[in-house]
Design a protein around this ligand. Structure first.
Ligand code: OGA
Ligand code: MN
Length: 310
């Protein structure tokens, strides 16, 4: 079967609120401009793209980021490096800054054989690296080893739709508002190395982003919530603690409704998911601690967040 031609290229929408499978593309081979443009168009329309049957090493995965804007170092890497870890010493600080190893194996390659091990925990709804000043445009997640019926299902939701379906009152309530995005905790909710649990909002040191952002790929507005932990954590900077939570709680409930969502519940080795962090969030169920799961992720370089207000 030929790949990376417009003849081989096919889009199969999931029929859900987002995501389509793309056939006829292999990032191990050069992707010509016309096919890249077709992928970008499909990405703009479907927000999350699923490619199957890939077998990419880290260099090839990083090369794939070039079609979408290049690579970006993961924010979490810096926390581990500030804690004294050197590249390659732990999977949390990969040798290649653009690669993150997402796995339930420990640094010796053994199963972290208990359910509460960091790598087996569920991941809360989030948009990758919203806690950095210029968050990555997108992410590429490549499955190398996956459990069989062992959890680790990854869900995505459509934050254009979340914005568009807000009530008029909610739209007015968030108009002109911004969230300070808390980087103290990882997506499992556990404290990052060198970080102490914040006691008041003044302890929260992350960047401030508008609560709605414009995605330059489509020109459309999307809700941009980042992640939500127990207060004190991410908050609306224009409101006091209580009013901020009183607005964030219903916003999160609205943004994470089932009908906005699609779940990849059949991860297969060789799958590659490309998602847009500007207009989607994702979450993951816990992983069966008796089965290995190994994914390599590359972040796509971001551009400054575009606010509809500032
Ligand atoms: C990530 C992530 C989900 C998963 O790598 O950013 O959220 O299914 N991973 O492991
Ligand atoms: Mn993530």
């Amino acid at each position: 079967m030929p790949v990376n031609t417009l003849d081989s290229f096919a889009i199969i929408p999931t029929g859900k609120a987002l995501c389509a499978e793309i056939r006829g593309v292999d990032f191990a081979e050069p992707v010509p401009y016309d096919v890249r443009d077709a992928i970008l168009k499909a990405w703009a329309e479907h927000l999350v793209l699923l490619f199957r049957g890939m077998s990419l090493d880290d260099d090839q995965l990083l090369r794939a980021t070039e079609y979408f804007g290049g690579q970006q170092e993961a924010g979490s890497r810096g926390y581990f490096m500030r804690a004294g870890f050197k590249p390659g010493e732990t999977k949390s600080v990969s040798v290649q800054p653009g690669i993150s190893v997402v796995t339930n194996l420990d640094d010796d390659g053994n199963l972290q054989n208990f359910a509460k091990a960091f790598g087996n925990l569920p991941l809360k709804w989030h948009s990758d690296n919203s806690y950095v000043e210029v968050p990555p445009t997108g992410s590429l997640l490549h499955a190398l080893v996956v459990p069989i019926d062992g959890g680790g299902e990854t869900s995505f939701n459509n934050q254009y739709l979340a914005y568009e379906t807000l009530s008029a009152e909610m739209k007015t309530a968030i108009e002109g508002k911004h969230i300070r995005h808390d980087g103290h905790r990882s997506t499992t909710g556990t404290l990052r190395p060198t970080m102490e649990l914040p006691q008041t909002r003044d302890d929260i040191t992350g960047p401030v982003h508008p609560i709605v952002r414009i995605n330059p790929l489509t020109g459309k507005r999307a809700l941009y919530l980042g992640r939500h932990y127990e207060f004190p954590s991410s908050h609306i900077v224009e409101l006091n603690d209580e009013d901020s939570e009183a607005l964030l709680v219903p916003l999160w409930a609205h943004a994470t409704q089932d009908h906005l969502m699609w779940t990849h519940d059949g991860w297969t080795a060789g799958d590659l998911l490309l998602w847009d962090n500007r207009c989607t969030m994702h979450a993951r169920t816990p992983i069966d601690h008796t089965q290995p799961r190994v994914m390599h992720r590359a972040l796509i370089k971001g551009d400054p967040v575009i606010s509809p207000w500032d």
